[in-house]
Design a protein around this ligand. Structure first.
Ligand code: PLP
Length: 381
């Protein structure tokens, strides 16, 4: 195993040294004034990143836990809800809502397709409306980024509370919670927010809090009201992951220092560079060749090459970790993440490593063209 490691997955992502250093500080007590300073600042910064005046509730959990909080606060057993799914994470929310007794009406697309807001409008009209709809902004399993603004418009017109999975997209691609009228945004620490895994967050609009107050569904740890009331006093209802909060506060500071718009523009450039390099190598993209596909680039594995084998060679021989395909795409695609603490040189490193490993595996790829194409696309952007 090579000593030097390169993490190029769409989560977890590399963590900047300032964040790591902050997390290595001696432990402090979560009810003490010195922690509350970090906590209050972190909560305020989260609102800025989610572009909302609403509360952003912080849970010690992965993104799935934060999503479960949305289900148990918004979905009553037996109630009909709509879930849009075009990949692994959309499928997860169908199963999650079903696990809590919801009558889930899925709107299904083939993995890799881009969900269409008109289909939500038509489905809501067909079934006579639904109190809740779930949509994934960035479907990390395919690289597709959906038009959340358009989905929010449809949901609002139908009186449906929209829950957006922004686990891999918050901080990487635009999400204007208040301006677009999104009710609930779910995310996690370990992607574009440049922090280790372990914090889940849910931004909740006033409308969504009112909705939750009407829903009878057992909940305790995930009860939004408990966390809202505590956070109003810059406190947490349960022991928070102190070091992760301190680290994420630093990471959010870095994002805001760069400026959200600049961060979005950087992600567009990283996506363009990655796609240009992949195409120059003679490979075929699986994810859309479009600017908003700025989270992860998914690539079809060349004929005769199992993408799982490529992932293994890259990791074990070269210390480069990328992601393989999930579900039916296992073995067929590979994915290069470019969210969070990434720059052009991360992309050129990933491309170089992929080229070397594919040649070793016997693939017919164009040699020596990917890096030049990536640099040109990045600089032209
Ligand atoms: N939703 C999306 C789009 C994701 O990329 C992920 C993470 O892999 C999740 C949900 C689940 O988050 P977690 O693994 O933090 O529970």
């Amino acid at each position: 195993m090579p000593e030097k490691r390169y993490l190029m997955t769409p989560g977890p992502t590399p963590v900047p040294p300032q964040v790591l250093a902050a997390m290595a500080e001696p432990m402090i007590h979560h009810r003490a004034a010195d922690f509350r300073k970090h906590y209050g600042e972190c909560l305020a910064r989260l609102k800025q990143v989610a572009r909302t005046e609403s509360d952003v509730l912080l849970f010690t959990a992965s993104g799935t836990g934060a999503f479960e909080s949305a289900v148990v606060n918004l979905c009553a057993p037996g109630e009909r809800v709509v879930a849009i799914t075009a990949g692994s994470f959309g499928d997860r929310w169908v199963k999650l809502a079903q696990a809590f007794g919801a009558d889930v009406v899925p709107i299904r697309y083939a993995w890799g397709e881009t969900p269409n807001p008109d289909d939500l409008r038509a489905k809501l009209a067909e079934i006579g409306g639904a109190p809740v709809a779930f949509v994934v902004q960035s479907e990390t399993s395919t690289g597709v980024v959906s038009d959340v603004e358009a989905f929010a418009k449809v949901a609002r017109a139908a009186g449906t509370t929209l829950v957006v999975d922004a686990v891999s997209s918050l901080g990487a691609v635009p999400l204007e919670m208040d301006a677009w009228g999104v009710d609930v945004v779910v995310s996690g620490s370990q992607k574009a927010l440049m922090t280790p895994p372990g914090l889940g967050l849910v931004a909740v609009s006033r409308n969504a809090f009112e909705h939750a107050a009407r829903v009878k569904q057992p909940r305790f740890y995930w009860d939004w009201e408990k966390t809202r009331a505590a956070q109003a006093k810059v406190d947490a209802p349960f022991t928070p992951a102190v070091s992760l909060v301190i680290g994420m506060n630093v990471a959010l500071g870095l994002i805001l220092e760069e400026g959200l718009e600049n961060a979005f523009a950087r992600h567009v450039k990283l996506g363009r560079a990655c796609r240009a390099g992949i195409k120059a190598m003679g490979l075929e993209l699986f994810s859309p060749d479009e600017d908003r596909s700025a989270v992860v680039t998914a690539v079809k594995s060349p004929a005769g090459i199992d993408s799982g084998e490529l992932v293994k060679v890259l990791r074990d021989r070269y210390g480069v970790t990328i992601a393989g395909g999930q579900g039916d795409l296992k073995g067929k695609i590979f994915r290069v993440g470019h969210i969070g603490w990434f720059d052009l040189f991360d992309i050129t490193t990933a491309l170089t490593a992929i080229e070397i490993a594919l040649v070793e595996l016997g693939a017919d790829v164009v040699r020596g063209a990917a890096v030049g194409a990536a640099v040109t696309a990045f600089q032209a952007a």
